[in-house]
Design a protein around this ligand. Structure first.
Ligand code: HXC
Length: 517
């Protein structure tokens, strides 16, 4: 019979061995490829001494392929809970040193248990991916494991924030779990996501491409928009994750963390009076507008590389989180196209689910004309914005900075979509379409019949501009609450957000609406 002390010693040894995962050599290999180990990643994300591991002693049940009775530490995934800046999160970190971090029955079960706890406790779920995908030796049980994870991704969706960090391979159907999370952070060097890898693509289509070109950070941000944040390395990924969490509530029943310091900061910002160029055709950087309005010029941009004609991201006003949506006149004049519509609609829905007020800065010439856009379904994609904004019941405030034309005026949260406050700068222009296009349609005959069509056209354009290129018609019809100097915007938003803190908006009961997917 062993003594108590001997039992304790044995436990210590067991834990020490299991903590080493696949062993020093494999951890060294992990480091050589620019990656931290699964445990180092957890330590990097969580506040010191807050990690409580669950299921360290888990073992797989596979008996074939030489795996019978072979210990695979923690079955290749570290699971547990801890704190990020004092707030609880549940997490799973795949250990590539154990069977390539592949997902078997028990591995999946551990992830599912964390997701269940996260749902019960109302705390975010963070998944760190570094895996060869479905564990080949476990066949259907592995696929079933993925199915159980996907099912929980959906249960958690809109209840607790879900963040996926892609710190290694994430291939095949495995990529669908991060895809159903709210945000994906990918590391530059090691992160790869694809449904079918380069080999299969070559066999099936004959196309040749490297794994980085196919599913590395550039492809999955700039081309596909699947990834929301790019990190230089694992440490940077954890920093982004912490920062992102700081803007979010722990669950849909809470408000985001409040960093306000009592009194409202309502000072003017004269810089804003000088940002909009005199020439309405000239671009300016909308990020400058945003940075001059949010607290401490702190704006966490989401999907920076994807559809850069639109900007979405998080900031704070007086210490309280806001979701910011804006057009970017520096890129394609800030026009709305398929990708920017998808980007905005998704972001609006996230903010609405997690009680984050939406501030929309509008400078949009319209929806993008073009055969590709029409055949690509701009009607369906643009409708997502109208749907998402109309469905959102969080406080909604729009600032018409300059152009607000046609359907895009409405799609950027016009008053009629249930926007709580619409305010315009004196540079605002609101009309069905721009002067050139409008004059060509409504004065077609007059221009054709004129002895000097060019001059007549110019006269009509100038008349149209005087009539419509201002915010006062909208203000006169109560579609714009006020016209303010740009420098007063932060003050205006502070007071409006404060007044909307108690906003309650009830909608008819239904199973769910049918957003045009
Ligand atoms: C079991 C696996 C594995 C897997 C890797 N390993 N993937 N074991 N099942 N899916 C093991 C390897 O055998 C090896 O074990 C160790 O992990 C490290 O793998 P290496 O190949 O040596 O590493 P590396 O060269 O870095 O290559 C990593 C890799 C490659 C690119 C991920 O291993 C790979 O292509 N794996 C298969 C990926 C894949 O096709 N998975 C299935 C996707 S489909 P030893 O003992 O030799 O060190 C899928 C379906 C999900 O996931 C469906 C859900 C609905």
């Amino acid at each position: 019979m062993s003594t108590t002390q001997e039992k304790i010693e044995k436990l210590r040894e067991m834990k020490k061995r299991l903590w080493m995962g696949g062993g020093a050599k494999r951890i060294e290999k992990q480091h050589e490829s620019g990656k931290l180990s699964a445990r180092e990643r957890v330590a990097c994300l969580l506040d010191e001494n807050t990690f409580q591991e669950m299921y360290l002693f888990s073992q797989h049940r596979c008996t074939g392929f030489g795996l019978k009775d072979k210990e695979q530490a923690a079955d290749g995934v570290i699971t547990g809970l801890g704190c990020v800046e004092g707030r609880q999160v549940f997490l799973a970190s795949q250990d590539f040193t154990i069977l390539g971090g592949s997902v078997g029955e028990v591995h999946a079960d551990k992830i599912c248990q964390m997701m269940d706890m996260s749902l019960k406790c109302g705390a975010p779920f963070v998944m760190i991916n570094d895996s060869g995908g479905a564990r080949i030796q476990e066949g259907i049980m592995s696929l079933s494991g993925y199915g159980r994870i996907f099912y929980r991704n959906v249960l958690l969706s809109g209840v607790v924030p879900q963040i996926s960090i892609i710190a290694g391979p994430c291939a095949g159907g495995a990529a669908y779990s991060p895809a159903m999370a709210d945000f994906i952070i990918m590391t530059k060097k090691a992160g790869r996501m694809f449904i079918t890898g380069p080999q299969v693509i070559k066999e099936v289509t004959g196309q040749e491409i490297s794994s980085e070109e196919l599913g590395g950070f550039y492809a999955q941000t700039a081309y596909s928009g699947v990834v929301h944040f790019v990190a230089d390395d694992d440490e940077h990924a954890m920093e982004i994750c912490k920062k992102l969490l700081s803007f979010l509530p722990s669950n849909n029943m809470e408000d985001p963390p409040d960093f306000s310091e009592g009194e409202l900061l309502v000072s003017e910002n004269p810089v804003l009076n000088k940002i909009i160029p005199d020439n309405p055709r000239q671009a300016y950087n909308m990020k400058e507008v945003i940075l001059n309005i949010v607290d401490n010029e702190d704006f966490l941009e989401v999907q920076e590389e994807f559809a850069p004609n639109a900007l979405v991201g998080f900031g704070r006003i007086n210490g309280r989180s806001i979701g910011i949506v804006a057009n970017q006149p520096m890129v394609m004049a800030g026009v709305l196209d398929i990708n920017s519509s998808d980007k905005i609609a998704r972001f609006v829905r996230f903010c609405n689910a997690f009680n984050i007020p939406l501030i929309t800065f509008v400078d949009v010439p319209g929806f993008m004309p073009g055969i590709q856009q029409e055949h690509g379904g701009i009607i369906r994609h643009g409708a997502k914005m109208l749907f998402a904004y109309s469905a959102a019941t969080v406080p909604k405030i729009s600032v018409i900075v300059r152009k607000a034309y046609g359907g895009a005026y409405l799609a950027m949260c016009g008053k009629d979509l249930g926007c709580d406050r619409v305010v315009a700068w004196p540079t605002g222009e609101i009309a069905v379409m721009g002067a050139e296009g409008a004059v060509s349609i409504i004065y077609k005959d007059e221009i054709e019949k004129s002895s000097n069509p060019k001059k007549t056209r110019e006269e009509f354009i100038s008349e149209y501009q005087i009539q419509f290129a201002n915010p006062f018609i909208g203000a006169g019809r109560n579609l714009i609450d006020d016209v303010i100097e740009p420098q007063d915007t932060r003050r205006y938003l502070s007071l409006a957000l404060e007044s909307l803190r108690t906003k309650r908006e009830l909608r008819p009961q239904k199973k769910h609406g049918l957003i045009p997917l």
